[in-house]
Design a protein around this ligand. Sequence first.
Ligand code: F6P
Length: 553
Amino acid sequence: MASVAKSRPKQIKVKPLASLAAWKQLKSHAKEMAGVHLRDLFADDPQRGERLTAEGAGLFLDYSKNRVKDETLRILLALAEESKLREHTEAMFSGEKINITEKRAVLHVALRAPKGQSIVVDGEDVVPKVHEVLDRMAAFCDRVRSGEWKGFTDKPIKNVVNIGIGGSDLGPVMAYEALKHYSKRDLTFRFVSNVDSTDFAEAVQDLDAEETLFIVSSKTFTTLETMTNAHTARTWLLEKLGGHESAIAKHFVAVSTNAAEVTKFGIDTANMFGFWDWVGGRYSMDSAIGLSTMLAIGPENYRAMLGGFHEMDEHFRTAPYEKNLPVLLALLSIWYTDFFDAQTIAILPYEQYLKRFPAYLQQLTMESNGKHVTLKGAEVRYNTSPIYWGEPGTNGQHSFYQLIHQGTRLIPCDFIAFDKSLNPLGRHHDMLIANVFAQAEALAFGKTAEQVKAEGTADWLVPHRVFEGNRPSNVILAEKLTPVVLGKLVALYEHCVFTQGVIWQINSFDQWGVELGKALAQKIIPELENAAEPELHHDSSTNHLIRLYRQKK
Ligand code: F6P
């Protein structure tokens, strides 16, 4: 756990959100917009589909199918200004300790800063340190990928198993899946995260220990799941390799900020890749936590991905807000969350390689902005992070899209698609993209009772076949899914989350909400394991569950 400041550190002064002029205006403007249909907004402005678009760092955003007028956008942009988004952004980029509850800088942008840029934290330029680690990672990856790095029995590495959880897993898995097209296919990658032993057992059941490298990825190197899995991996390896402790050095490397714990585990710090407390777990996929990604796609592709992140960082930092993709996405999400009572946002990538992208974004968005108090500690009186969820298209169309089209809830959608497929086959890609455009069109414009009747539908069936429309979506387009584009996409959402947090006046960079459950589990573990019947002091339900489990296990 991070050290905690005794008194609340200074913050950029902003009036409480509810008292900002733009917030008040949005409240009354939302009433006006509640009855406005996207059909009318489009009919009134034939250029709308071209006008309400923006391009940044090579990504194209069509936000025309949102329930906004120019006036709405004007007020939302004023909200960003009144919230002092620029000042907050500069504070983050310059290494100020904006994570006030943990007294830490928030500098994932330094992880992709080019050589020569300088970002100073506590009197030290962190950019050279970032590049030093990147160079060490590259040298290591080259050795493993070329077969020069040998296991204990002198065999080259064929399998890489990343052990980590949360930010030390979701980024690596997502990036591996997203960039599989660029990966070295004769290496097998597995990802173990869950403390459920099935996760480990299934990951290694067909692997030859002599050819397997474990990457233990944990910022703190104390996380229950990761350390349990790492010890199990150690035992598994030693059993397979005749119990020689010296095998560990050939088959285990660590990614962590905690050298002492790494050493305690038995991994030589020569085989450790470090990062720093100013990298939040969910913002760490481009730190050394990306070691498995670099092993898969190679150092050159990895650096290209960092370049993509950096391009989006610069876009976010410098583009005017009316053309700023992360800012627009954030403002629109706030519009629906706080003024239309939308509870969720669906992330719908029409790209099979992005199948883990929604899961990745869940931690990024919800661990960051699932907060109920402001930076000043006051209870918020508005909704903060919506629930992010999603599945790749077109699969979702045959399961949950029914609710998005005709259910009773408003679910803004982000469609993500690419001009080109990485695996062009016949007409597949045109069909895929036709579905993206069709879904966004159907959601926005729907189908009226008159249209349904005109198709000859029986009167009694008409209501069932009506699509009310007016359901908002964004379409994000890029040329094709490359390492560069993946970096841009992740940075797009990172800065969207930052912008949301600034406007909601919350700390997007701590995660105290995960602590209580962790602490209680630590208390319950011995109560389940003790041979003697333990004295239980939980509530009656928890006590009963513990007793039942003890009887039956
Ligand atoms: O779930 C809480 C959390 O601290 C996440 O923020 C983090 O990504 C994850 O646990 C893993 O932490 P570590 O990398 O320290 O093992």
